[in-house]
Design a protein. Structure first.
Length: 210
């Protein structure tokens, strides 16, 4: 069983399908080194200001030293540090983003992880940039709901961010795919049938006439 979001928790389609800025990327989560937010800021520094790319970081500064390091990086003046927000407000930040960046480490305890924020993000109709793991192909590459980052370096991420910022039609298409995927397959209602169906079959057998 997986802890996918309920359809009732998803924002309305009107919010998910609303027009978005062309080059506003977002990171949502705890600001700690293993989340590698620094990768996104360093990538931003490699992009020309004329491209208009911005980064919004939403989440608590759990590691104050790391947070200070982020604020000292080149291009940090093009980063909006929002801080902690109420869970109900997260969808609004996703809905204002071109794409969400999840540059997490992919080894140790985080290998094959399924962060809840990924599915929340996709449910908001926001395509995602996620560090490559083969397990993620079924969620990202095959249904075209975002992009897997195989070159997890500032240069590799910067190149991908540039492509995305210049491809609004592709962004809209992948965002629509993301919302559809969550509604159709990776929602709690769909996942719950894995638990309820066996009981339903057993009940049907027990009540069947001999």
């Amino acid at each position: 069983m997986s802890n996918f979001p309920s359809r009732e928790q998803l924002p309305p389609r009107s919010l998910a399908e609303a027009s978005r800025p062309a080059a506003n990327f977002v990171f949502v989560g705890r600001i700690v080194p293993e989340q590698r937010v620094h990768l996104a800021i360093k990538a931003l520094a490699l992009l020309p200001e004329s491209l208009g790319v911005q980064l919004t970081i939403v989440g608590p500064a759990v590691d104050e030293a790391y947070h200070s390091c982020l604020r000292s990086l080149p291009a940090s003046e093009r980063v909006r540090f929002v801080g902690r927000v109420a869970p109900a407000d997260v969808a609004g930040y996703y809905a204002q983003a071109t794409a969400a960046i999840i540059p997490i480490e992919v080894h140790g305890n985080l290998e094959d992880a399924r962060p809840n924020k990924l599915f929340e993000c996709l449910g908001c109709g926001t395509p995602v940039i996620l560090t490559y793991q083969k397990v993620w192909e079924q969620f990202i590459e095959t249904p075209q709901t975002g992009w897997l980052l195989r070159d997890a370096t500032p240069k590799g991420l910067a190149q991908l961010m540039r492509t995305i910022a210049q491809s609004p039609e592709e962004v809209r298409g992948r965002g629509a795919n993301a919302r559809e995927l969550i509604e159709r397959t990776f929602s709690w209602e769909h996942e719950a049938t894995k638990l309820t169906d066996p009981y339903d079959r057993l009940t049907a057998r027990s009540t069947a006439p001999n």
